[in-house]
Design a binder for this molecule. Structure first.
Ligand code: HEM
Length: 458
């Protein structure tokens, strides 16, 4: 016990010293409101943690990886016990798996870590989408976030080629053909992606983008993203309360929890759980390296990308969908997401009050899930319009029926509950503008809010 006290006292002193000299509370690691101690408020931090893990495992892989398409007689030859004629990139990957101590664990952790980061970025995105966190004053946070999502997918795309397997080479080429169809941007970016048009030119560019250009862009975007987050404070729980204040910064609310030790240990707990799971999965199911580019003895594999691009590959299989249409639709979707804060201007944030956005969100999730499974089961198989309507139609139809029913049902019961409590009810969009400007901000605590007649429905 005495040791505990001594330990905590000194740790606090050290942290206080660092915090004071670095001026940390002014620009990062700020105290947060107590209501944020739920995983759903930390989805962005989970993505950031996954990114840091990728940086560390990636730097370790960089010690051994050789971005060359030329046959190498060194690393892989030693591992195989023969003089290898496989490309250097594949060979060094083979060497990492078979010779470097714990290399297989390292490589598999990096690969599954990439899957986890992409998955978590989508979770973070959809949470924000459903809970309307992009609304005033967080429009820029959302736009920077969209760029982060695109950059994260770019990391996946550029990393796929690096082991230089037949599968990754063919799929990357299909992806590049698609990307180059992008009007104006495609021809402009072609020289950057393809270089001199040789296989080495492509590998070098993918390598440069993967290990330097995109990670630096992610670092810079993340800095802006977190700075914006710190300046606006976390978005309060979504509610139908028209008087809810949009900011929850320290200036508005003194009851914030300090970073040290509370937030630090809360985040560390989740980070350790993440690492434990990742290492466990990587150790139990290590990645198997497919054969190298140019191995004529091996059977030709079916061309398919990693799971997060399967939906796009499947889209091109639809009858009548040309690469231009597929890329055009994807660009339109990305632009819709980027400018969503300016398309959806209503101040309503609770999903209960935003049936149209819920229909769009559910349909997008359904579309991605079905297309991913479809792409995995039938890669390269052409799909006729009737089959598309049969498979994707029910997702949209169910949403168009079920969401409005829920909306009407909940609107009615919510109205009843509010009236019972003596509160007010207003239809979405009908805000009491005068009341909003004169009424004091509702209290933070649920008990005080209930006493004021403000619904506790976050
Ligand atoms: C590499 C990807 C990303 C990283 C590392 C990241 C990181 C973060 C972090 C650390 C926060 C602070 C709150 C929290 O921990 O949840 C945050 C908040 C936020 N992020 Fe992201 N983010 C990423 C992608 C995105 C995407 C794709 C979007 C949406 C298009 C987005 C939109 C937002 C918004 C609006 C906030 C403020 C949320 C609030 O106040 O509740 N982010 N992000």
């Amino acid at each position: 016990m005495a040791f505990d006290r001594w330990f905590n006292r000194n740790l606090n002193k050290i942290w206080g010293f660092v915090e004071d000299r670095a001026g940390i509370p002014k620009w990062a690691l700020r105290p947060q409101p107590a209501f944020t101690f739920k995983p759903s408020y930390w989805t962005g931090a989970f993505v950031a943690n996954a990114f840091l893990t990728q940086v560390v495992t990636g730097l370790l892989l960089l010690l051994y990886y050789q971005p060359s398409v030329n046959p190498t007689l060194t690393s892989c030859g030693q591992a195989l016990g023969t003089l290898s004629v496989s490309p250097g990139a594949w060979c060094s990957t083979y060497y990492i798996i078979h010779t470097v101590p714990m290399g297989n664990l390292l490589l598999s952790t990096h690969l599954y870590g990439a899957y986890a980061m992409i998955f978590l970025a989508f979770v973070h995105f959809f949470r924000g989408f459903y809970l309307g966190v992009y609304k005033k004053p967080r429009e820029f946070s959302w736009m920077v976030g969209t760029l982060l999502l695109l950059a994260t997918l770019g990391m996946g795309f550029t990393g796929y080629l690096l082991p230089y397997t037949t599968l990754s080479y063919d799929a990357t080429n299909v992806g590049i053909v698609l990307a180059l169809r992008l009007p104006t941007l495609g021809p402009l970016t072609a020289p950057f992606l393809l270089g001199d048009g040789t296989a080495q030119g492509l590998l070098s560019r993918m390598f440069g983008l993967h290990v330097l250009v995109i990670p630096l862009a992610i670092g810079a975007l993340l800095y802006a993203h977190i700075a914006l987050f710190e300046s606006h404070g976390i978005a309060p729980p979504a509610t139908s309360d028209p008087l809810q204040r949009p900011r929850y910064t320290e200036a508005d609310d003194k009851k914030h929890v300090p970073f040290w030790p509370h937030i630090f240990f809360y985040i560390t707990k989740w980070a350790l759980l993440y690492l434990g799971l990742l290492f466990g999965i990587a150790a139990l199911w290590p990645w198997q390296l497919p054969t190298y580019v140019g191995n004529t003895a091996a059977p030709t594999p079916v061309i398919e990308p990693d799971w997060y691009f399967l939906w796009l590959f499947k889209l091109v299989d639809f009858y009548g969908v040309t690469p231009v249409i597929a890329v055009g639709a994807t660009t339109a979707l990305a632009l819709f997401i980027l400018f969503l804060p300016f398309l959806d201007r209503s101040p309503r944030r609770h999903p209960r009050d935003r049936p149209v956005l819920v229909i769009i969100g559910n349909s997008l999730i359904g579309f991605f899930l079905v297309m991913t499974v479809w792409g995995g089961l039938t890669p390269g198989v052409q799909i006729l319009p009737a089959s598309v309507a049969e498979t994707l139609g029910p997702i949209l139809a169910t949403n168009l029926v079920v969401v409005p029913l829920f909306y009407l049902r909940y609107r009615a019961s919510y109205r009843r509950r509010l009236l019972q409590r003596g509160g007010q009810y207003r239809l979405p969009g009908a805000y009491p503008v005068a009341a909003r400007t004169v009424a004091p901000a509702p209290s933070a605590s649920p008990a005080a809010r209930a006493a004021e007649g403000v619904p506790r429905d976050g």
